[in-house]
Design a protein around this ligand. Structure first.
Ligand code: FES
Length: 111
């Protein structure tokens, strides 16, 4: 698979995220530190969409119970060695945001 357009930069709000569905997977798009990041949108606690949380810097805080995740890495800031939420590569071309779901950045594939 390759990069494909999933949203426009102008659709992604400041201070929270935008949920897009790609191949049946909900992906959260976040603006942080001048870049766009893509991460699975399901909180691993009870499944609330992380894009509905509050984004400060590069950390999104789930609206339900306050678990927080670094959108650059998928890890909790207090547990950088824990199991991460899958994050995906992003390309920006003008106002187009492209992601590649087949190449998660932080999850090893099984052989
Ligand atoms: S569902 Fe996200 S912290 Fe509970």
């Amino acid at each position: 698979m390759a990069f494909r357009v999933v949203a426009r930069v102008s659709e992604i709000p400041i201070g929270r995220g935008l949920c897009v569905q790609v191949d049946g997977i909900d992906v959260g798009l976040f603006r942080a530190e001048g870049r766009i990041y893509a991460m699975e949108n399901r909180c691993p606690h009870q499944g609330i969409p992380l894009s509905e949380g509050s984004l400060e810097g590069a950390v999104i805080t789930c609206r339900a119970h306050g678990w927080d995740f670094d959108v650059r890495t998928g890890h909790r800031p207090t547990d950088p060695d824990g199991f991460p939420i899958p994050c995906f590569p992003v390309e920006v071309d003008g106002d187009d945001v492209r992601i590649d779901l087949a190449a998660p950045l932080n999850v090893r594939r099984r052989a």
